[in-house]
Ligand binder design. Structure first.
Ligand SMILES: Nc1ncnc2c1ncn2[C@@H]1O[C@H](COP(=O)(O)OP(=O)(O)OP(=O)(O)O)[C@@H](O)[C@H]1O
Ligand SMILES: [Mg+2]
Length: 264
């Protein structure tokens, strides 16, 4: 976080791990994203907030091309994917595949494989995608499961875990691919407050280690306390972006003010 504040003062020195530019997306006649641009510095924790249906999930999905944008480009590390018009080519898909190897994604609904143990869930992608040996994958998976507090349940099946444990397993699984950026879509909104806290504290610990994280969340307390930066999205645009304390205490835009007021 300190490094991040330092670079803020010297933008030419900033280490931008992700740059999205002009991301646009319509579904039929519904223009959901109107050309969103976002630069993310290495190590930043950014919370994205906004009303239901404003396009937060769609934007997150466009960043790793689970959804194909109609226009715009995304660069993550040394991979750039640019969309021109509605045509999505084989070359686009090949680049998107490379780009995804730098991204870990965590969903509200965990999406663990139910017929695999927690350990297997975490080991699978490194073995299948990175062709890692079983021994190496297992040692990395055990280390990650210990880090998220799940060493004791590594041989259990997802159905026997609490929601908070499932989500921490999903985070460990994403981390096993050594991503540069973690994207979370409402990682705690299916959880009780106590279980949410277990997940949020893992995200805070990752922040302390320097992981870059972009989190769509309805948890304003987390957005304010843990983020380096908050983005308020409405009507398919980033309306306001800035320091969490400043934005929550004194939003600059009327639309941000109205949204925050509805939450009180
Ligand atoms: N595959 C799709 N086909 C058609 N419309 C879609 C599709 N995905 C999303 N939309 C529409 O795009 C808009 C934005 O949806 P999105 O899920 O991105 O919103 P959101 O900000 O994540 O909302 P929430 O806070 O409720 O999760 C909504 O009007 C939604 O109905
Ligand atoms: Mg959503």
């Amino acid at each position: 976080m300190i490094v991040h504040l330092f670079f803020r003062g010297f933008p030419e020195l900033a280490d931008l791990v992700l740059q999205a530019s002009g991301i646009a997306k319509s579904f039929g006649g519904n223009e959901v994203l109107k050309g969103l641009s976002l630069d993310v510095e290495r190590g930043e924790l950014i919370s994205m907030i906004g009303p239901s249906g404003c396009g937060k999930s769609t934007f997150l999905r466009c960043l790793n091309f689970l959804e194909h944008p109609d226009a715009g480009s995304v660069r993550i590390e040394d991979v750039t994917v640019a969309c021109t018009g509605k045509h999505w080519s084989r070359a686009n898909e090949a680049e998107a595949h490379k780009l995804r190897s730098h991204v870990g994604m965590v969903f509200q609904a965990f999406n663990l494989f139910p017929h695999r143990t927690v350990l297997d869930n975490v080991m699978m992608a490194p073995i299948q995608v990175k062709k890692m040996s079983r021994d190496e994958a297992q040692s990395i998976a055990c280390e990650l499961l210990a880090k998220v507090g799940l060493a004791a349940v590594k041989d259990r099946y997802p159905d026997s875990l609490s929601g908070g444990q499932k989500q921490r397993a999903a985070i460990a699984r994403a981390l096993a691919m050594k991503p540069s950026v973690m994207l979370y879509d409402e990682p705690t909104s299916a959880l009780d407050p106590e279980l949410s806290e277990e997940v949020l504290s893992v995200m805070r610990a990752l922040d302390d280690e320097g992981m870059t994280q972009l989190v769509v969340t309805h948890d304003m307390r987390f957005a304010r306390a843990a983020s380096d930066r908050v983005l308020f999205v409405e009507g398919g645009e980033i309306v306001e972006s800035g320091d969490p304390d400043l934005m929550f205490a004194n939003p600059q835009e009327g639309r941000t003010r109205r949204f925050l007021r509805t939450l009180l």
